[in-house]
Ligand binder design. Structure first.
Ligand code: HEC
Ligand code: HEC
Length: 323
């Protein structure tokens, strides 16, 4: 490079710094009112991944300090960065440019339409699997408590969802959603209670208001007692008149984004660590029951839910031990 381009490469330490990602992953967009005019001096946090990270336990200098690169660029050893000079030493702790996130939409489209799109790249299957593995690592699910009150004919289940990512879950572009799917069935397989069932043909989650065009699903802070209540984690955007909008450039307010995060105190940081407790308590007719599944799939990714159930056998088998 020195001979041919007259350029002497130097190490840029900033490449390993999380702040590098902030240049794109903290993004403010202009706000348009409902007549289409730009509102001066108003901006909307389209995404605030870096700010979320800064306020999490993963920020530099904190207990679990982990950079964006450490999670999104898998490490590998023994890499030669060029073929010449021949005696160039191999390097360790080299960041691979995988950038696996939480969705495989584009990978699926590219993979399925290789010929039509003249895609040269090879192994999509490996990237799809690496993305799913990253998604599976995003949260821990657990049943904290399952108490049967025979006198009231009531079962109380306390579910904990722990966010393991270095930012909000879900993060980034404000169309992403995570919901909890909990199903209780009897040994014969009859469903006794279900919250968060996906209707695969349409992608709707049964009980979520937004999916039937009826506003948005409020974040459940108390007990979930009806199938019409679903625990959803998502960004809800409001326009300049304070009404719900799904149009990015009309968005002027967001209920779970920057106002939650900027200047966040320690409590908020902890809230990012273990995002929520969700309570389900309901009446049922039969004394013997089992929790058939509890999952946390991203919209449209049912397989992930199945996998989570597979990885946490307690979710399907644990309650049986109680009876
Ligand atoms: C120059 C702008 C830019 C920088 C700098 C940048 N990104 Fe991105 N990143 C993007 C854009 C744009 C997308 C969305 C691409 C898409 O979905 O097609 C994206 C997508 C991603 C995704 C999701 C990929 C997926 O599976 O959909 C991850 C994860 C990610 N970036 C991590 C990082 C990390 C970590 C850094 C810092 C080391 C970083 N990015 C720096 C622009 C950037
Ligand atoms: C402790 C590990 C960890 C750290 C640190 C971390 N991430 Fe992530 N990130 C994840 C996981 C796991 C997911 C998948 C969950 C999701 O999609 O929201 C994810 C998702 C994302 C996505 C969304 C991908 C998509 O499919 O749309 C982006 C963008 C992203 N991270 C960027 C960053 C940036 C930028 C930083 C640093 C400021 C960072 N991450 C720090 C683990 C991490």
């Amino acid at each position: 490079m020195r001979t041919n381009a007259g350029f002497t490469p130097q190490q840029g330490a900033h490449i390993s710094d999380s702040a590098l990602c902030a240049t794109c992953h903290n993004l403010m967009t202009p706000v348009l009112d409902n007549t289409g005019q730009v509102i001066p001096d108003r901006e909307f946090p389209e995404q605030a991944v870096y700010t979320e990270w800064q306020n999490s336990a993963f920020a530099d200098g904190r207990a679990e300090a982990t950079s964006c690169q450490q999670c999104h660029m898998a490490r590998t050893d023994g890499v030669k960065i060029a073929n010449r000079p021949r005696n160039l030493p191999k390097r360790n702790d080299f960041g691979r440019h995988g950038f696996y996130g939480g969705n495989t939409l584009m990978l699926d489209i590219l993979s399925a339409n290789r010929a039509a799109l003249d895609v040269g790249a090879g192994d999509f299957a490996a990237s799809i699997e690496a993305t799913r593995a990253n998604l599976r690592s995003a949260a821990d699910l657990g049943i904290e408590e399952a108490t049967l009150d025979a006198t009231k004919n009531e079962l109380l289940i306390r579910v904990r969802v722990t966010n393991n990512t270095g930012h909000k879950l879900p993060t980034s572009y404000p169309s992403r959603r995570i919901y909890v799917h909990l199903k209780v069935s009897d040994p014969a397989g009859t469903t006794l209670f279900e919250s968060g069932r996906l209707r695969p043909a349409t992608g709707q989650v049964i009980g979520v208001n937004a999916d039937i065009g009826a506003g948005f699903e409020p974040h459940q802070r108390g007990e979930i007692t009806r199938a019409a209540q679903v625990q959803v984690y998502e960004a809800i955007m409001g326009d300049s008149d304070g009404n719900l909008t799904y149009t990015l450039l009309r968005a002027s307010d967001s209920n779970i984004r920057l106002d939650d995060v900027v200047g966040a105190d320690q409590t908020k940081r902890e809230a990012i660590d273990s995002m929520n407790l969700f309570l389900a308590s309901y009446r049922f007719n039969r004394p013997v029951m089992e929790v058939a599944s509890a999952s946390l799939p991203l919209l449209g990714l049912r397989a992930i839910g199945v996998l989570l159930v597979t990885y946490v056998p307690w979710l399907t088998l644990g309650l049986l031990a109680l009876f």
